[in-house]
Design a protein around this ligand. Structure first.
Ligand code: SF4
Length: 95
Protein backbone atom coordinates (compact mmCIF):
# COMPACT_ATOMS: atom_id res chain seq x y z
CA UNK A 1 0.00 0.00 0.00
CA UNK A 2 1.33 3.43 -0.91
CA UNK A 3 1.78 6.14 1.65
CA UNK A 4 0.33 8.71 -0.74
CA UNK A 5 -3.29 7.98 -1.74
CA UNK A 6 -3.22 10.82 -4.31
CA UNK A 7 -0.32 9.11 -6.09
CA UNK A 8 -2.24 5.81 -6.23
CA UNK A 9 -5.22 7.63 -7.68
CA UNK A 10 -3.10 9.15 -10.44
CA UNK A 11 -1.48 5.82 -11.17
CA UNK A 12 -4.90 4.16 -11.51
CA UNK A 13 -6.06 6.98 -13.76
CA UNK A 14 -3.00 6.59 -15.99
CA UNK A 15 -3.54 2.82 -16.18
CA UNK A 16 -7.15 3.33 -17.22
CA UNK A 17 -6.15 5.93 -19.81
CA UNK A 18 -3.56 3.55 -21.26
CA UNK A 19 -6.17 0.79 -21.45
CA UNK A 20 -8.65 3.05 -23.21
CA UNK A 21 -5.97 4.19 -25.68
CA UNK A 22 -5.08 0.58 -26.49
CA UNK A 23 -8.74 -0.30 -27.04
CA UNK A 24 -9.18 2.67 -29.39
CA UNK A 25 -6.06 1.66 -31.34
CA UNK A 26 -7.31 -1.93 -31.74
CA UNK A 27 -10.74 -0.71 -32.87
CA UNK A 28 -9.10 1.61 -35.40
CA UNK A 29 -7.08 -1.23 -36.90
CA UNK A 30 -10.21 -3.39 -37.14
CA UNK A 31 -12.11 -0.65 -38.97
CA UNK A 32 -9.21 -0.04 -41.34
CA UNK A 33 -8.90 -3.74 -42.17
CA UNK A 34 -12.65 -3.99 -42.68
CA UNK A 35 -12.59 -1.05 -45.12
CA UNK A 36 -9.69 -2.61 -47.01
CA UNK A 37 -11.47 -5.92 -47.35
CA UNK A 38 -14.66 -4.25 -48.55
CA UNK A 39 -12.99 -1.81 -50.96
CA UNK A 40 -13.73 1.84 -51.42
CA UNK A 41 -17.30 3.02 -51.73
CA UNK A 42 -18.41 3.47 -55.32
CA UNK A 43 -19.60 6.98 -54.54
CA UNK A 44 -16.14 7.90 -53.21
CA UNK A 45 -14.58 7.28 -56.64
CA UNK A 46 -17.51 8.57 -58.73
CA UNK A 47 -18.19 5.10 -60.11
CA UNK A 48 -20.69 5.00 -62.96
CA UNK A 49 -22.00 2.03 -64.93
CA UNK A 50 -21.06 3.51 -68.31
CA UNK A 51 -17.73 4.39 -69.91
CA UNK A 52 -16.10 7.79 -69.69
CA UNK A 53 -13.99 9.14 -72.53
CA UNK A 54 -13.78 5.61 -73.93
CA UNK A 55 -12.37 4.22 -70.68
CA UNK A 56 -14.09 1.11 -69.33
CA UNK A 57 -13.62 -1.10 -66.28
CA UNK A 58 -12.84 -4.15 -68.42
CA UNK A 59 -9.80 -2.27 -69.75
CA UNK A 60 -8.65 -1.19 -66.29
CA UNK A 61 -5.71 -2.74 -64.43
CA UNK A 62 -7.92 -3.23 -61.35
CA UNK A 63 -10.72 -5.13 -63.13
CA UNK A 64 -11.69 -8.64 -61.97
CA UNK A 65 -13.87 -10.23 -64.67
CA UNK A 66 -17.22 -11.84 -63.97
CA UNK A 67 -18.27 -15.28 -65.30
CA UNK A 68 -18.88 -13.94 -68.84
CA UNK A 69 -17.45 -10.93 -70.72
CA UNK A 70 -20.69 -8.95 -70.27
CA UNK A 71 -21.43 -10.05 -66.67
CA UNK A 72 -20.69 -7.79 -63.76
CA UNK A 73 -17.35 -8.42 -62.15
CA UNK A 74 -15.42 -6.99 -59.25
CA UNK A 75 -12.69 -4.49 -58.69
CA UNK A 76 -9.50 -4.79 -56.67
CA UNK A 77 -10.12 -1.33 -55.19
CA UNK A 78 -13.84 -0.57 -55.30
CA UNK A 79 -16.60 -2.37 -53.41
CA UNK A 80 -19.59 -4.07 -54.93
CA UNK A 81 -20.56 -5.42 -58.33
CA UNK A 82 -18.83 -3.60 -61.16
CA UNK A 83 -20.12 -3.29 -64.71
CA UNK A 84 -17.52 -4.17 -67.38
CA UNK A 85 -18.58 -1.00 -69.20
CA UNK A 86 -18.28 1.11 -66.04
CA UNK A 87 -15.70 3.65 -65.02
CA UNK A 88 -14.39 5.46 -61.94
CA UNK A 89 -11.75 8.03 -61.05
CA UNK A 90 -9.22 5.26 -60.25
CA UNK A 91 -9.24 3.99 -63.82
CA UNK A 92 -5.80 3.09 -65.10
CA UNK A 93 -5.00 1.14 -68.25
CA UNK A 94 -3.93 -2.48 -68.20
CA UNK A 95 -0.23 -2.70 -68.93
S1 SF4 B 1 -10.70 0.98 -60.49
FE1 SF4 B 1 -12.57 1.94 -61.20
S2 SF4 B 1 -12.38 1.88 -63.44
FE2 SF4 B 1 -10.94 0.36 -62.62
S3 SF4 B 1 -12.11 -1.58 -62.56
FE3 SF4 B 1 -12.30 -0.59 -60.54
S4 SF4 B 1 -14.24 0.53 -60.70
FE4 SF4 B 1 -13.59 0.09 -62.80
Amino acid sequence: MSENPKFDGRRDLLKKAAGISAAIAVAGVAVTQSAKAAGMAQSAVQYQDKPKDGHRCDACALWIPGPTPTAKGKCKAVAGAIDPAGWCTLWSPKS
